[in-house]
Design a protein around this ligand. Sequence first.
Ligand SMILES: Cc1cc2nc3c(=O)[nH]c(=O)nc-3n(C[C@H](O)[C@H](O)[C@H](O)COP(=O)(O)OP(=O)(O)OC[C@H]3O[C@@H](n4cnc5c(N)ncnc54)[C@H](O)[C@@H]3O)c2cc1C
Length: 452
Amino acid sequence: MTTQIHIVGGGLAGSEAAWQLAQAGVKVRLSEMRGGGDMTPAHQTDGLAELVCSNSFRSDDAENNAVGLLHAEMRSLGSLILAAADAHRVPAGTALAVDRDGFSAQVSGTLAAHANIEIVRERVDALPASGATIIATGPLTGAALADAIKGATGADALAFFDALAPIVHRDTIDMDICWMASRWNKGETKDYINCPMTKEQYLAFHQGLLDGDKTEFKDWERNTPYFEGCMPIEVMAERGEDTLRYGPMKPVGLDDPRTGRWPYAVVQLRQDNALGTLWNMVGFQTKLKHAEQVRLFRTIPGLEQAEFARLGGLHRNTFINSPQLLDPTLRLKGAPHVRFAGQITGCEGYVESAAIGLLAGRFAAADLQGRVMSLPPITTALGALLGHITGGADAEIYQPMNVNFGLFPPIEGRAKKADRKKRYTDRARAALTEWQAALQPEATLGPEEPAI
Ligand SMILES: Cc1cc2nc3c(=O)[nH]c(=O)nc-3n(C[C@H](O)[C@H](O)[C@H](O)COP(=O)(O)OP(=O)(O)OC[C@H]3O[C@@H](n4cnc5c(N)ncnc54)[C@H](O)[C@@H]3O)c2cc1C
């Protein structure tokens, strides 16, 4: 078979991209190192689209949940990953959970049986110098290929660990308590939201950090180099009662407009996306367990009602600085024959990775067939996620992100909290329908397409 595109990595993203391309009539070579003598530290099998941890694709509620909406959009675009997940669904309430072995076997079998796909069990160590390519090697990309990517993109543009500080939806911050100021009152612009703390509140918070349940590193993650750059907030807290007050919680220069004085400590939040809907808790990367983070961070004055778009974490995770490196259709600006897809782009999670694989596959098919494919509208889950990765996120502080409503343009007008999510999803559905109708016929693969 003369291949027209080379996909490297047969995980969630590479498998979905291969399927979309093959269904559009493009001949695909899919290289997967597992099964060819190599393994990642987290995978256990040779199966394509292996789920390395949880067996859940999270909420399947397309009316009220952004990831549920993403499921629905992917189904309507003929996603293989969603079709296999639906076929191997196990009871999990409103979540979409799957029998992982059946799921992976179905993806592997369907791709292996496709006349347009050749699966090769090989490790790829270099970026191909020419020819259409999709790199979908995920958070545990092979070391040699990671080095090659680093060479092509620059050392600062490829990370091997994430250091996630929690992100808060802007409209859930109480601005009657918080106020805007510059960082430690230096500079002209008031770019930071400040949450003030009294001594009692700070000491209780400090104790909460020391006492809180933490997640352990996996054995192969233990050599995390985070201590050099972005130390977890609880590790800083262990160094002494005042360490945080001289670090990320420093109140110097920050007059609280309600008292006219510096608070004992502050928590500062900085805008995280161009839309201004998401705000990042500066310096709050943490390995506290998620429930503990929500409980403790809601004790911060002004964040009592905070809704978190992302919680903190630290993991081994290979990802590129996509907002800086990729064009809107996921091509590497410096080498446009190469696209990136999946978690290596800085999206986070099984569903998001497969969604970006779906888009990369469709964009690549359009390029190879001389068609123009418009971008999915920013008001859809696919468009919001793609837009965030390829430019909406702040490249200076880029860290992995799940899909969430904070990535969408805010809805117009006021709405009751209970109605807001529904309004996002109604708007998204209408936009997706319009976009799909406008796609040139060759790009319109219907939902019935995955014949599995
Ligand atoms: C320990 C761990 C736990 C996780 N738990 C969850 C979870 O519970 N829920 C969740 O939603 N997400 C979880 N994730 C994130 C999850 O890995 C991703 O969401 C998802 O698997 C990413 O899909 P992907 O296709 O980008 O990468 P992957 O699914 O990892 O696929 C990449 C593929 O590329 C192959 N590969 C790598 N390098 C090369 C090379 N040089 N040549 C050829 N092939 C190569 C790998 O073998 C792999 O099959 C976890 C990640 C890790 C590391």
